[in-house]
Design a protein around this ligand. Structure first.
Ligand SMILES: C[S@@+](CC[C@H](N)C(=O)[O-])C[C@H]1O[C@@H](n2cnc3c(N)ncnc32)[C@H](O)[C@@H]1O
Length: 501
C-alpha cells in the first residue's frame, strides 16, 4: 500500500485494537444494545470487530472503506469468527455510496461507530487529491458553509454532518473518534438544527499516544431518539472516566464551554460599551520591529537602523503579556501612522532619516500580499488609532491558555504599543487601568469568561469573548459599582472614589 502521500490524502490513521475495545466499553456503559452496526470508513476493521464483540445484540453489520486492501484485511480478520455471517464488507467511496439502501437494511437501534479520515480540504488541495465530496452534493448540504467555513474544512466534518442527517428520525447512536474542534462544530450544528438528540458526550483521547498526531481529539457519542431535544454534552476527561468533568451546550444560540459556570454568571453578560481593541497589525515586522542598542536601533534583519525617535514606540508582544514581562519592553515598533489611512508624507519633513529608512525598504512593504494595503498611503499599517497610543492599557494575550489581564503603563515617557495578537482596553490613567484590571482579574470575571472559552482553540481569547462581559454589571457584582458608574459615564473618577472602591 500506498506511500505517505496517499495516507495523508485518505486521512489514514488506523485505530489500534486496544483503543477500539476501550471505545466500545465506553459506548456500552451508556446502556446501548444495538441491533445493527455501521462503520462508514472501516479501514482494517478494528472498531467494527471490537463493536461486534462488545455488542452481541447486533444481528447485522456493514463496514465500508475506499481502500480495497484494508477491506480484504478486515475480511481476513473476521475469518473463523462467529460474527462473520452478520457482516457485509464493501470496498467503496463514501462520497458515491447509495447510503439510503444500506441504512434501510440496518434495523434500529443502530450504532454508527468509526474513525473518519483525518484530513482537511486545504491539505487535499495542496496534494491535488480528489478525495472530496462532489461539488453538487457539497452545495446541497444545508448550512454547510456556515459550519465548515468556506475555504477549509475537515473531511470528517462533512461526513459527520451527513451521518447526522441519516440518524434523524431513527433510534440510533453515533460514536466517532474525531478532533475535539470538529466534535464541537458538529454538536453546535446539530443543536441549532434541533436534531433529535437525547444525550451527547465527549471523551478525551490521547491522540498522540494512539495515532502519533498532535491534535486535541475525542470520542463523540450522540444518542438519537425521535422527539428528543437535548442541547447539552457531558465532557469526560478519559474513556475510562465514570463522571463528566463539565458540560458544554447551546444556550441563547451560543456555544457554551461550561454550562455550570454559565448558569452562575450569565447575569453579567451584555455588550460592553467600552471598546476592546486589538494591538497594531504591522505586517512588515522585519522593518518595523526594532531593538534598541545605546544610540541606535537594530531591525529584525540585524541591520543597524539610524532613525529619529519620533515614530518609535516601546512594544509588547502577546508572549510578553502572557509571561508578565510588561515593565520593561524589550522591543520597539516604528509606527508610521496614528490612524488608518493617514497620509505618511509628512514623515519626510518631520523625520527625514525615518523616511529614508522606510523608503529604502519600500520593496518589502510592496510585497505584502493583503489587498487591505491597496490604494493606501506608502508604509500603511492596520489596527492603529488614537487608542493604540493611550498612556495606560489593561491588556491580555489572545494566544495563551490562561486569563490574566496586565496593566501596561508608559515606558520612558512614551505609550507602549501592543502587537495584533493582544487585546486591550485603553485607559487615561493608571488608576483607571488598575481598577479595571482588578475587576477583570477577579474570580467572578474569570468564572464568567471560563463559561465561554474553549482552551484548545487556536486563539482562545477573542474580542468577541472579552466584550461579552458587562463591566458595570461585574463591578456591581463585586460591590465596586460607584466608581465604575462614573468611570463608564464620563471616563473620570476622583482619587477619593478610587480609594472607596
Ligand atoms: C482514520 S482512518 C480510520 C480507519 C478505521 N475507521 C479505524 O478506526 O481504524 C480513515 C479511513 O478512511 C478511509 N477513507 C478515506 N477516504 C475515504 C472515502 N472517500 N471513502 C471511504 N473511506 C475512506 C481510509 O482508507 C481509512 O481507512
Amino acid at each position: 500500500m500506498p506511500g505517505s502521500k496517499h495516507k495523508v490524502a485518505f486521512g489514514d490513521f488506523q485505530t489500534p485494537i486496544d483503543l477500539a475495545r476501550e471505545v466500545c466499553s465506553a459506548v456500552a456503559r451508556t446502556g446501548l444494545r444495538p441491533r445493527s452496526i455501521l462503520e462508514p470508513t472501516c479501514g482494517t476493521g478494528s472498531l467494527l470487530l471490537a463493536a461486534l464483540d462488545e455488542f452481541p445484540s447486533a444481528r447485522a453489520a456493514v463496514g465500508l472503506d475506499i481502500n480495497q486492501q484494508y477491506v480484504r484485511e478486515a475480511r481476513d480478520a473476521l475469518t473463523g469468527s462467529p460474527n462473520r455471517s452478520k457482516v457485509r464488507l464493501l470496498a467503496a467511496n463514501f462520497f458515491d455510496t447509495a447510503w439510503e439502501k444500506i441504512l434501510r437494511s440496518l434495523p434500529d437501534p443502530l450504532l454508527v461507530i468509526g474513525n473518519l479520515p483525518w484530513v482537511t480540504s486545504a491539505v487535499l488541495g495542496s496534494l491535488g487529491s480528489r478525495n472530496l465530496p462532489t461539488k453538487s452534493n457539497f452545495q446541497k448540504h444545508r448550512g454547510l458553509d456556515a459550519i465548515t467555513g468556506k475555504s477549509n474544512f475537515d473531511i470528517s466534518e462533512w461526513m459527520m454532518l451527513r451521518i447526522l442527517d441519516w440518524l434523524s428520525g431513527r433510534q440510533a447512536t453515533l460514536a466517532l473518534l474525531c478532533k475535539t474542534a470538529v466534535a464541537r462544530k458538529v454538536l453546535a450544528h446539530a443543536w441549532r438544527a434541533h436534531a433529535p438528540l437525547a444525550s451527547s458526550a465527549t471523551y478525551i483521547i490521547p491522540a498522540f499516544l494512539h495515532f502519533g498526531a498532535a491534535v486535541d481529539a475525542c470520542l463523540l457519542v450522540c444518542a438519537f431518539v425521535p422527539g428528543a431535544h437535548s442541547s447539552d454534552c457531558a465532557v469526560y476527561e478519559a474513556l475510562a472516566s465514570r463522571a463528566p468533568a463539565s458540560r458544554i451546550g447551546l444556550r441563547n444560540n451560543q456555544l457554551i464551554a461550561n454550562i455550570e459556570l454559565y448558569e452562575r454568571w450569565k447575569h453579567l453578560e451584555g455588550r460592553e460599551r467600552r471598546k476592546w481593541r486589538s494591538g497594531i497589525k504591522h505586517d512588515c515586522a522585519q522593518v518595523l520591529e526594532l531593538t534598541k542598542e545605546d544610540s541606535h536601533y537594530r531591525n529584525r534583519a540585524g541591520e543597524i537602523v539610524d532613525i529619529e525617535d519620533t515614530y518609535v514606540y516601546p512594544m509588547l508582544k502577546s508572549s510578553d503579556l502572557a509571561n508578565g514581562k510588561v515593565a520593561c519592553p524589550r522591543r520597539w515598533m516604528l509606527v508610521p501612522q496614528r490612524s488608518i489611512g493617514e497620509s505618511t508624507a509628512s514623515i519626510k519633513h518631520v523625520a527625514p532619516k525615518t523616511w529614508a529608512y522606510l523608503t529604502r525598504n519600500k520593496a518589502l512593504f510592496a510585497r505584502r500580499a493583503s489587498s487591505i494595503y491597496e490604494g493606501r498611503p506608502p508604509f500603511s499599517i492596520f489596527g492603529v488609532g488614537e487608542y493604540s497610543f493611550s498612556p495606560w492599557k489593561v491588556a491580555i494575550s489572545g494566544f495563551y491558555k490562561h486569563l490574566s489581564f496586565k496593566v501596561v503603563g508608559p515606558f520612558v515617557s512614551r505609550p507602549v504599543v501592543l502587537d495584533d495578537t493582544s487585546y486591550f482596553l485603553p485607559c487615561k490613567t493608571r488608576h483607571e487601568a488598575e481598577y479595571l484590571a482588578g475587576l477583570l482579574n477577579s474570580e467572578t470575571a474569570r468564572g464568567f469568561y471560563e463559561a465561554f472559552v474553549f482552551w484548545d482553540s487556536k486563539r482562545p481569547v477573542t474580542v468577541d469573548l472579552l466584550r461579552r462581559l458587562d463591566l458595570l454589571a461585574l463591578a456591581s457584582a463585586l460591590g465596586r459599582a460607584s466608581f465604575a458608574a462614573r468611570l463608564f459615564s464620563d471616563g473620570k473618577a476622583t482619587q477619593a472614589e478610587l480609594a472607596l472602591n
